[in-house]
Structure formats: C-alpha cells, structure tokens
Design a protein around this ligand. Structure first.
Ligand SMILES: Cc1cc2nc3c(=O)[nH]c(=O)nc-3n(C[C@H](O)[C@H](O)[C@H](O)COP(=O)(O)OP(=O)(O)OC[C@H]3O[C@@H](n4cnc5c(N)ncnc54)[C@H](O)[C@@H]3O)c2cc1C
Length: 762
C-alpha cells in the first residue's frame, strides 16, 4: 500500500531522461519513415507521438489514404510510386490489407516500428517544451504522457520535427511562414488571391456509415447545423460515400489553424452531424433508411499550418519546370492542389489542382532549418512556398523525403557533422548514393556505386525477352477513349504496328504516334506521326507503318484515337516496362482529359493519358515488324529501378517461355561477398492507397516469389519462397568467397515473364 501524507510542496510527475542519437517528434508517415530509416542505419532513435497510434493523417483516427506522385493513377507520372521504406510499408499493407481497413494499416506501421530495436517509441506523449544548448542548437525536448503520468526529457545531438505544426521548430525559434506568399516573391502564377480565395487550407473530418439491414432512426445532437441543404457542397454528397471521399467537408482556412484547431473541429462536428441529420431526416434519401453512423472522426485532418524555412524554398517553378537540383534527395508528383479557405462554405470549387508534366525533385536543403544547426524538418512543414506545399504535402511525398532525413541523420552522426554540412556538392553524393542503394530512385540522378561488386562481373542470362508484340487474348475494348500502347522506341527508327479492330459499321479511325518533347516526363505532348484508316464493318487487321521517327530514344505512345463504334483486341500478357494508357477523365484528381490553365497561372496545358487499374489496363494485341530489344541483362548494372521516360525499361526480362530463368554473375577472380540485394518489379505505376480504396491483388504480379542463389561451387547460399517485396536484402552468415553467383528464379504467372531491375553485391 502507498500512503503519502499531505505535502505543502508541489509534487513533480515521474521524470525519465532518454539519451539517443536522434529524436523524432511526430509519428505520422514522415516521422515513422525518418525514425525507421535512421534506426536501420544503427542510430538510437526516440520517436515521440502525441496520439495512441502511429500514422498521423493516415492513421485510423483520421483515415486518409496516403498518396503521392502516382496521384490515384490520374496523371502522366508513369512508374512514379515512391520507393524505399515507404514502398516496403505499402507492399506489406497490400499483402495484409488489400481492402484498405485503416485499423490494419495502424498495425502494419506499429509492427514496423516495434521490430526496430533501436527505436524507443513513446505513444500518447506530447512534446511541449524545448531546451536549447546554445542559440543555434537544440539540447532536449520535454514531453508528457498522460496515460502513465510520466514526463520524458529526450536529449540527442540531432532532432527531426515531423509534428505537422512544427512544435519543436517553432519553440526553438526557427523562421517560419503561415499563409500564402505573394505572386511576386517566387514568381508563382498560381499564388492565390488572399481576399477571395484565401490563405490557408482548412481541416476536414470524416464519417463512416454502415447498413444494418433494418431501419434505423437518427436524432441529431442539438449542436448539429440545421441547414445542411444550404451548404454549397452538399451536392457533392452521394449516399455511401464515407472516409476520404468526404475530403470536401473542410473548414478553418480563415482561422488560426493551430490555436483555433479545436474550434475548427467543433464546427466540423456540427457540419458532419448536420449532414447526417439531413440525409436521415430530410426525406431526400429514402435509401438511407437502414444506414447508421459507424464512426465519426474525433481528430480532424489538418492540412496546413506553419512551413519552416530551410536553405532552399521549393516553389512553383521547381515543380512546373521539373528543375533538377544538385542536392535532390526525394521527388514529388501530386498536383499543386490548393483549396478555398472558406472550405465547405465556399462558392469556389472544393479544390484547384494543376498538374506538372512529370515528377519534380526536392532538394535536401528543404529538409533542415536554416536557423537551427541540428534540426531536420520532415512532412508538411518542409521549406516550400504555399503553392509548392500544395503538392509536397501529400503523405507519400512527405514519407519519401523523411527517408532522406533519416539517412542524412545517420551520416551526420557517423561523420560528426550537422545537417547543413551534407548540403555541399561533394557531401551530398554520399547521401544520394546511400538513398538510392535503398531504392529511393532520385529522378534523373546517376551516381556510380563503385563498391557494388556487380560492376566488375560479367552477367549472363538464360534468356532475354525480345518484344515482337502481344499475343491476342479473348477480350476486346471499345474505343470510348483514345487508347495507347506505351513502348520504348529508338531514335530515327521506323516501325510497323499491326492491331486487330472490330467496327460496328463502316467508319474511320485515327492512329497517332506521340512522344514527349522533353526527356524528363511521360506527357505525350508531341505528335510524331498521324494516319487515318478507313474501316469496314466487322473484324480486320490495321497496320500502322510509321513514316516519321522520333529524334531521340524515348518512350512513345502508339495511340488509337477514340471511336465508340470500334473495338480493339487486347492481350492477357503483361511485361515489365510495357503498359497501356487512355486519354480518360479522372475527376478525383481534376483530370478532365486535358488541363488548360489560364495563361497567368504559368502552368502547362496538356493531355492526360492515364492507366487503368488491374485487372483492366490490359496491353493491346499487337504485332511488330521486328523486335524491340529493350530488356537486356545490361539493365541490371545501370543502377535504375524503374522505367524512365528516355526510353529505358531498366529491367532485364526473361523470355516469356522461360520457366526457370537464370542470371549468372561471373568474376575473373574470386570476390568476397556478404550482402546481396535484389530489386524486383513491384509495379511503381500502380497507386497503393492505404485506406478505403481496395486493390485487386495481395501481391504485385510482377514480383518474383521463389528463387535460389548458388555460389560458384553450386552451394545454395539462399532459398526464398513467397516473396512479395520489391527489395530483398540477403545478409549471408559469413563472408563468402566465390567467382560466380547463379540466381535461379521460378516463373509465377503464365502470362508474365520473370524480370529484375538490379542486383547488388557487397
Ligand atoms: C482532409 C485532408 C485530406 C488530405 N488528403 C490527402 C490524401 O488524400 N492523401 C495524402 O497523401 N495526403 C493528403 N493530405 C495531406 C496529408 O495528410 C498531410 O499533409 C500529411 O499528413 C502531413 O504529414 P506529416 O507527417 O507532416 O503530418 P501528420 O500526418 O499530421 O503527422 C504528424 C504527427 O505528429 C503528431 N504530433 C503533433 N504535435 C505533436 C507533439 N507536440 N508531440 C508529439 N507528436 C505530435 C501528430 O499527432 C501526428 O500524428 C490531406 C490532408 C487533409 C487534412
């Protein structure tokens, strides 16, 4: 028994002091990715999260689906899903949770953090104080957990603020901004008009509904709004919509989104319960009789508050012009997506999105404070203008950048230096190489990996895929939309493509060969060749013999233009680096087939050609007059992990009929090796939303599941079955000396040849 008598002195709560190498504040996807990356590099990390679960806006408390450059597959950013750790998390979530249950995603994240023995995780623990060692350095942060009534003081040489509002950066005095810049400051045509459109994006709150199979009545709380039918946005509501589909239930962009956050939440509760009252009791939704509210958010999703200044501020032109930076460490590709500050009460559209033609790089200098020597920034608070933040704020972009922060922290610790010290032209290469070794895929960046023993090996393969076309399947697709086969074509070459079409009646169809003007993106903004073909009623072959050629090697689009009276034959075969797209609308991401912004906004006009999700999105049955050789073993050595717009598939692909494909690495003299890394095709084109939106499969069909690795004497070094991850890192028990390695892969899918992007050996 504990009996303590009255004390006139104040009592202190229990104090725990934690010393580590890196303190990460905020357990959203950014904080989680920064912490795990650093922990895997050997740092002792304290991860402090004020709420009971990890994930921030992606958690079951808020229930946002995480997105990034693939943008629901509604833009022209081909093969652009973020790589590295966040991709590992997405593939794990896909395996366990293809239905998009937010509670299961919580456990995926928690498990990933739990498995890192170098991470001390504090949940339900809010940071409220910062102590500085000197003017420019943070010494410790102090936090409190109300569940165990414990105060924690966490000291470290390095800190990462991933808290969304930037509690650490703010309290330590770092320069920040809140609200939009003028058009002039960064020459940003899309900078909003402050009076009319407003300054800040608001919060949103979601609800989920459930059909009980019998009528359910509903009485709204007294605080619910009574005039939901007058909300300009109510027309957006469709019965059955829940979770992320209610993103337009937004409020607070005219308020202080930090200090009035609770007021904003309460207003959103009034709106949510008022909307539900309207649905249940207005008589306008008779089909809602059996529906009940299953869940209403208690923590609003917060879009915007402070942005902190680094040594560089990302701005509109970096995105639109896809400017390359010497210190690129991550990429983005979501549209610049701003919302009217009046949210649900606004007369404007719920959002305004303008897409870039391709993905853009994010410089390392955006990820640390320009004022505090030991403070990294991650998540939505990074150094970006309001307009650029409109794109960089999405969670997979945040997580991808946070991986760079975690890795940078490990280099800082190893070399006893500070975040800014890595930003020099020489030093940054170390970080970039380290990131790319882990699958970051920094765009348009080639850094030779001289330690990779594969570079000294001769590579042999059992077979190589020669693309001569796709065999016909049983499905035909009506040309409701222009449909294109994306192909890696050579410069100055002429091709002949044979398709099978079926016309309802005599008609004509146009076939175009398109490509991109620049080698930095996949937007088909240049017509190379165009021909019109007369079709008779019924089935027939169409041969498109090109008469003009592209000037540089590039992915090209062989487009059969829209004609609803015509069908094209499809194939069941799928191959790494080859896919179809359609000139289609995807309103969820403001894709109306093309975008034509007003000139003063200074954003490009172009068409969207976007993929369909599997099981749709099949390739076109097609015959070429000669093979396209783009899948050779040399691709295994070039360090790239995904197809690139300049016509490189970057993959070795085995022949379709090779059931037991092999890759053999042979060295002139034996090498000592300990680590082997394999990089499989996890289909970077497919968006893997974490919540709500289901996916057709648990495992990406291109990923090799079963394989064996043998040394030069035929000993099995490793046997793997049931793999579903993109990157397999094999740590051998001891250093092994051999003059060759043989990789024996098992073909998993009848219509998909085995493929691989890269092998590394250290
Ligand atoms: C309604 C809405 C819709 C959006 N739509 C999408 C979308 O569809 N897809 C998408 O990818 N992005 C979307 N976004 C953007 C995205 O959710 C945010 O920009 C992103 O979550 C920012 O990541 P973050 O890690 O910086 O912050 P968060 O995800 O908010 O994570 C920060 C974490 O820090 C914690 N924290 C805060 N203060 C403290 C403290 N003092 N101590 C300890 N921990 C603290 C918070 O609890 C939180 O868990 C949307 C945002 C909103 C609000």
């Amino acid at each position: 028994m504990i009996l303590e008598n009255y004390s006139s002195d104040k009592r202190a709560t229990k104090l725990v002091v934690l010393n580590s190498n890196l303190v990460v504040v905020g357990g959203g996807l950014s904080g989680v990715c920064a912490a795990i990356t650093a922990a895997r590099a050997g740092l002792k990390v304290v991860l402090i999260q004020d709420r009971p679960v990890l994930g921030g806006n992606a958690s079951s408390e808020v229930r946002l689906w995480s997105l990034g450059a693939t943008s629901h597959m509604g833009n022209n950013n081909r093969w652009s899903r973020e790589g590295g750790l966040i991709n590992e998390i997405l593939l794990e979530n896909l395996k366990r949770n293809k239905e998009g249950n937010p509670l299961i995603f919580d456990t995926v994240l928690l498990e990933k953090v739990y498995e890192e023995k170098n991470i001390t995780l504090l949940l339900n623990t809010a940071v409220y104080e910062v102590e500085k060692g000197d003017d420019k350095k943070i010494k410790s942060v102090t936090s409190f957990c109300s569940q165990n009534s414990t105060t924690y003081t966490a000291t470290a040489p390095l800190f990462c603020d991933a808290s969304g509002d930037g509690i650490v950066a703010f309290m330590s005095g770092a320069s920040f901004r809140m609200g939009a810049e003028s058009k002039e400051e960064f020459d940003e045509g899309f900078a909003p008009n402050l009076e009319d459109y407003g300054n800040l994006l608001g919060h949103s709150l979601y609800f989920y509904t459930k059909d009980l199979g019998r009528p359910v009545s509903y009485t709204a709380p007294s605080f619910a709004i009574k005039n939901a039918e007058e909300l300009p946005r109510i027309k957006n509501y469709q019965l059955g919509d829940h979770g992320c589909k209610l993103w337009w239930v937004e409020h607070g962009g005219r308020l202080d989104t930090i200090h009035q956050s609770e007021d904003i939440k309460f207003e959103l509760w009034k709106v949510v319960y008022g909307i539900w009252d309207y649905v249940k009791n207005s008589g306008k939704y008779p089909e809602a009789a059996n529906l009940t509210l299953e869940w209403v958010g208690t923590i609003p999703g917060k879009r915007e508050s402070r942005r902190f200044e680094g040594d560089y501020m990302l701005a509109q032109k970096d995105i639109v012009e896809q400017r390359d930076h010497y210190d690129a460490v991550a990429f983005g590709g979501w549209a610049m997506d701003l919302h009217p500050a009046d949210g649900i009460y606004s007369k404007h559209n719920s959002c305004t999105q303008w897409h870039g033609k391709g993905v853009y790089s994010i410089p390392y200098r955006c990820y640390y404070s320009k004022d505090l020597d030991n403070l990294f920034l991650a998540g939505r608070i990074i150094s970006a203008s309001h307009v650029a933040f409109g794109s960089s704020r999405v969670m997979l972009t945040c997580a991808h950048g946070a991986q760079a922060v975690g890795k940078a922290a490990s280099i800082c610790l190893e070399q006893n230096c500070l975040p800014r010290d890595l930003s020099t032209k020489e030093k940054i290469k170390e970080l970039q190489l380290a990131l790319n070794r882990d699958g970051q895929s920094i765009p348009r960046l080639e850094i030779p990996d001289n330690e990779d023993l594969v570079q000294q090996a001769v590579v042999g393969t059992s077979s190589t895929f020669q693309f001569k076309g796709f065999n016909p399947g049983n499905d035909w697709q009506t040309l409701t939309f222009g449909t294109a086969q994306l192909l890696p074509l050579k410069a100055d070459e002429y091709y002949s493509f044979e398709f099978e079409l079926e016309a309802e009646e005599g008609t004509s169809v146009e076939v175009q060969l398109k490509t991109s003007i620049a080698c930095t993106h996949f937007t088909p903004d240049h017509v190379i060749d165009s021909q019109i073909f007369q079709l008779k009623k019924g089935k027939q072959k169409l041969v498109f013999q090109t008469t003009k050629a592209q000037k540089t090697e590039h992915y090209a689009y062989c487009c059969i233009m829209k004609n609803e009276k015509v069908k094209v034959r499809l194939s069941d075969e799928r191959v790494t680096g080859l896919m179809t797209v359609q000139n289609k609308v995807n309103k969820a991401v403001s894709n109306y087939g093309r975008q034509d912004p007003p000139a003063e906004i200074a954003v490009d006009s172009f068409e969207f050609w976007t993929p369909e999700r599997r099981p749709a999105g099949k390739n076109l049955a097609l015959t070429l007059d000669r093979p396209i050789a783009a899948f050779g073993a040399d691709n295994l050595l070039n360090g790239q992990l995904r197809p690139e717009s300049h016509g490189k598939t970057n993959a070795w692909v085995a022949a379709m009929d090779d059931e037991t494909p092999e890759v053999k690495l042979k060295w002139e003299t034996p090498v000592d090796l300990k680590t082997i890394k394999l990089f499989f095709d996890c289909d970077f084109d497919h968006a893997l939303e974490t919540t709500l939106m289901g996916h057709p499969e648990e495992v990406i069909p291109f990923v090799v599941a079963d394989y064996r690795i043998k040394d030069g004497s035929g000993n099995i070094l490793k046997e793997v079955t049931g793999n579903y991850q993109a990157i397999n890192t094999i740590e051998l028990e001891k250093v092994t000396r051999t003059d060759s390695l043989t990789f024996e892969f098992a073909k998993k899918e009848e219509n998909i040849p085995v493929s691989l992007f890269k092998i590394s050996v250290y």
